[in-house]
Design a protein around this ligand. Sequence first.
Ligand code: 3HC
Ligand code: NAI
Length: 691
Amino acid sequence: MPEPSEQFGPIRVQRSGGIATVVIDNPPVNASSWDVRRGLLTAIEQMSADPSVSGIVLIGAGKTFIAGADIKEFDGPLRDPQMPAVIAAVEACAKPVVAAIHGAALGAGYELALGCDARIVAADAIVGLPEVMLGIIPGAGGTQRLPRLVGLSAAIDLITAGRRVKANEAVALGMVDAMSTGDLHADAVQLARSVQGRKRRLSELDVPAESDADIAAAADRAIGRAKGAAAIVEAITAIQKAATLPFAQALAEERATFQRLRQSTEAAAKRYLFFAERDAFRVPGIEHARARAVTSVGVVGAGTMGAGIAICFLDAGLPVTLIERDRNALDAGLARIRSTYQRMVDTGRIDSATMAQRLARVTPSTDLAALAGADLVVEAVFEDIAVKQTVFRELDRVLKPGAILGSNTSYLDLDVLAREISRPGDVIGLHFFAPANVMRLLEVVRGAQTAPDVLATALAVAKAIRKLPVVARVCEGFIGNRIYSAYRTQCEFMLEEGALPADVDAAITSFGFAMGPFAVTDLSGLDIAWRTRQRLALIRDPKARYSDVLDKLCEAGRLGRKAGKGWYSYPEGGRRGVPDDAVRAIVEDASRRRGITRVQMTPGQIQARALAAIVNEATLLLAEAIAARPSDVDLVLVNGYGFPSQHGGPLFWASRQPRAEIEAGLNALAASVGHGFRRGDVGKVLDQFKT
Ligand code: 3HC
Ligand code: NAI
């Protein structure tokens, strides 16, 4: 008979046969918030002093061990006891302590496990130190204890990549000691008994010997990944101290770095994005809607996007019926899918058996009738409303009742498509980003008539295929492309006013974007924007400022990298664009034709204007309820358009700037755009960040 349990806040202790099981019960993910730390410390100290206890097992209630520190607490000072004190008590305890891990043992959760004398995992466990993803380094001994288990170079790889390691691999790497055979708790109790009072403190072990070259190579790999992220560089320094400083001193220095980084703007931005991602799934008004079942999917159009979209579903284990307009196009689409998988095999990301399994789930066809059994169809045919309307009308005829019709359109009016058919409530925009199988963002476009359960299904499907959905309402370009288009237009105006493409791109990349707008357009092709401009020519306000530089480039055959020339030229088909005098001539000619005296712009002025364009358009979108909340806009820009995540997205960034500077940027933007400029109530949006 188990003895009655003792309770210390969210911590429960159950004793049986001399072993005390300490259960952490802090739903939903057992984050180690203050009351957890306090309860754990009390429980460990009491069990340590109790002569009837010979060993301790730490285990999580619910679906997980401990997902990490409670990052909601990170905005203010941390209350005592802090995690290092809890771990010190585990190490000081004379009895062996075993961590029994199921679900996630991440960050402080895994650090607590590293403070124990042994670690045993269930098959579903995931362990790791993902702190750098939050702009911090491990702060409870992770940089000191993990190297003692796996060596310095492996620790550098694991910590700087923030890797979450599955149970099997964790055992193989030595990150944990044993795999449970089924009953995790029973196995952990057995382990606590078998060590018979012996302690195995990782802090007392030496760091395994390794060649300096291996350690330097791991550090170089990590620096290559860092892209300016302070946390990665600081993590390498901290890990290396495991081999050079006494344990206690290195531990104190790790904690000091953790505390300093925790209070940085970059860490605040990363935390904001963490919670923003979870908020994005909460869509007002559909709380009671139940997602429809989706067990088979159709994709119409197997071009660049369709092939990538099919892969997203195949990777998630769903069968896909792939439709093209003729046999040749179908074969080309299948070849695209096959070659993507082949690259994954070649780079060791999947094995060839997995590739074969995924490809076997594709049913190719040139007949839309093959979609009769599909629960969800995603259309990715040409960006042409007439072509899409025809496809939708045919889908309406062949799809079963309740099937969902998704469109991957980038700009077109979803409501026009929905009006075409007898079931407008089943229509939704599913705007994937290229490459669709790589990019996490999925704009979910809610049409005027989209049914709540169709929206709920889209969110559930997004989760199943590991995408980050952000819900948008219908407008030209939805959230992302509409903002991007305002930004790009402003960048083109700056060319007419005195900058050159390389000046703008350099200013934008020095802000932290991976690429500047002109390098991006060269990559995707100038003709996409050209076609959009032609489509919009009839409805454009003739008095509004319009830069025709891009049109002139297209007319000169400068369609981007694929043509060997665009905003830059690409000698011998190279990937690196070089500034081209022909482009300078077209730009300077545009200034002359508009009677603009060219004035050189500083990187700071370019950034201020480009960011003002983004922030202003985001504000207008929010006022029009195209986006539901500022954090949704930030997620779209960070995950779809290369906005640097260390700034948290344009609105988070703006909320942290002096208001006068933001106003000055908006004034400069207004003067540049001139006629028809719409100024958003930016102050009102940024006030929402004051809490
Ligand atoms: N702190 C506070 N809340 C957290 C949290 C954390 N560390 N981790 C998850 N949550 C919350 C989420 O916000 C969400 O709340 P909501 O229901 O109100 O939206 C809820 O827990 C469930 O989270 P998910 O939706 O993410 O659930 P999943 O089942 O999809 O994923 C998980 C679970 C894999 C544990 C995932 O939540 C996760 O990766 N969490 C963060 C892990 C992490 O980064 N840990 C390190 C923290 S830093 C640290 O420990 C510092 C140390 O070195 C001192
Ligand atoms: P694409 O030209 O590479 O592919 C379109 C495919 O659709 C072609 O293979 C074509 O044969 C096929 N197709 C055309 N009409 C068809 C029909 N009636 N039935 C079956 N198949 C048909 O174009 P891409 O780039 O894949 O774009 C597709 C859609 O995705 C467009 O709406 C585009 O705006 C959108 N999109 C494109 C992005 C990109 O970066 N390329 C990003 C996000 C969305």
